[in-house]
Design a protein. Structure first.
Length: 368
């Protein structure tokens, strides 16, 4: 979906990002701070910001030069983390989330960024933007810190749908490969299918069927299939994209976040143990700062909704201004690469290949 050229003050030849300013746990002030940081780093971004007009005008006015880069769309209501997705879809027309998605649907913006309720955002995105032809279940692609040259691996699904059959997993592989090409510049991404072991005989029946489907499409879809991978391979150099169902992916994601926090807490306790420990922390400050930057989840913030007629980036609900800015940066990079159009073309070509491989039987001619 290509955004129409915007002649407002937010446009002026810039890439327009639609921002739901009201979805985050920390309120619109944090979102506006993230917008301001992104605007200071990149002169080629313009923003359509959605939320209560008076409040947003006041927050944006505090940031020098930001008002010239933003167009405010009044949306008086907010989707909370406790709202049920079905209720939001029926009664959410006046919310900032609905308004932000509408800007993408109407072609006014290229990408939508929201920190809001994940379930509501996904359901509303499916209903307003619609799924790409041939896609049954959209997925959330998340970035996982790794030792690969691009410093992150892609995992999907991160929690859009707890179910996924073999065909869904094959589509996740196609979408993940497209994301890796456009987001990380990988010409031929390596795809791994998450399982309880690497042996071909292990796993549920749908995983074995998905294995065969992904392997059969690898050459035509221009990716390398490395086969089954295990949980320990998520941060490894074995593959670039890890494919799994939304239940397993979300458990893995939250487990990783918890372990990262535990390690940080244990390091903090260890360096505060004694005078010598504190002295060691001073001597190791540069290395510790580098490590903190390397594993900081705020710098990899942003799950991308794949399989829609438009691009949506889901920022973490608890994201601070740096996390919001990271999500905006990702949205800009995807917009610049024409990601939505390329993904649609990739999915369409895969659907045609599937039709060629499984032609519908022709009715027999009646005998005279």
């Amino acid at each position: 979906m290509t955004a129409r050229r915007d002649h407002s003050k937010a446009g002026a030849g810039r890439t327009i990002i639609s921002i739901d300013a009201m979805g985050g746990d920390q309120g619109p002030a944090t979102v506006v701070a993230g917008i301001a940081y992104s605007a200071s780093k990149n002169p080629d971004i313009g923003f359509i910001v959605h939320g209560p007009k008076e409040e947003l005008e006041r927050l944006i006015a505090k940031r020098r030069g930001l008002a010239e880069r933003c167009e405010i769309r009044h949306a008086p209501e907010v989707v909370t983390m406790n709202d049920k997705p079905s209720h939001v879809v029926r009664h959410g027309r006046d919310t900032s989330m609905w308004s932000a998605l509408e800007s993408v649907r109407m072609g006014e913006a290229t990408v939508c960024v929201s920190c809001g309720n994940t379930g509501a955002l996904m359901l509303m995105s499916v209903l307003r933007l619609r799924k790409l032809p041939g896609i049954y279940r959209p997925a959330i692609a998340v970035m996982w810190p790794s030792k690969n040259p691009q410093k992150h691996n892609i995992m999907l699904d991160g929690g859009a749908d707890i179910r996924a059959d073999a065909k869904d997993l094959m589509q996740y592989a196609l979408m993940g490969a497209s994301y890796a090409r456009n987001g990380f510049g990988l010409e031929r991404p390596r795809i791994g299918l998450l399982n309880v072991g690497t042996e071909e005989h292990k796993g549920r029946a749908e995983l074995k069927e998905a294995y065969d489907l992904i392997a059969a499409n690898a050459r035509i879809a221009d990716f390398d299939f490395v086969g089954f991978v295990e949980g320990r391979d998520l941060p490894s150099t074995k593959c670039d994209v890890i494919v799994t169902d939304g239940f397993t992916g979300n458990v893995a994601l939250k487990t990783g976040e918890g372990i990262a926090k535990l390690i940080a807490d244990l390091l903090r306790e260890a360096f505060a143990y004694s005078f010598l420990s504190r002295l060691a922390s001073v001597l190791a400050y540069t290395s510790l700062a580098r490590l903190k930057k390397r594993i900081d989840p705020r710098r990899a913030n942003g799950g991308v909704f794949l399989g829609l007629n438009g691009t949506v980036v889901k920022s973490h609900g608890a994201a601070d201004s740096m996390g919001v800015s990271s999500a905006i940066k990702l949205a800009f990079e995807l917009a610049q690469s024409g990601f939505s159009e390329r993904l649609a073309a990739r999915v369409a070509s895969a659907a045609l290949l599937d039709q060629d491989a499984h032609p519908e039987p022709q009715p027999e001619a009646e005998s005279e």
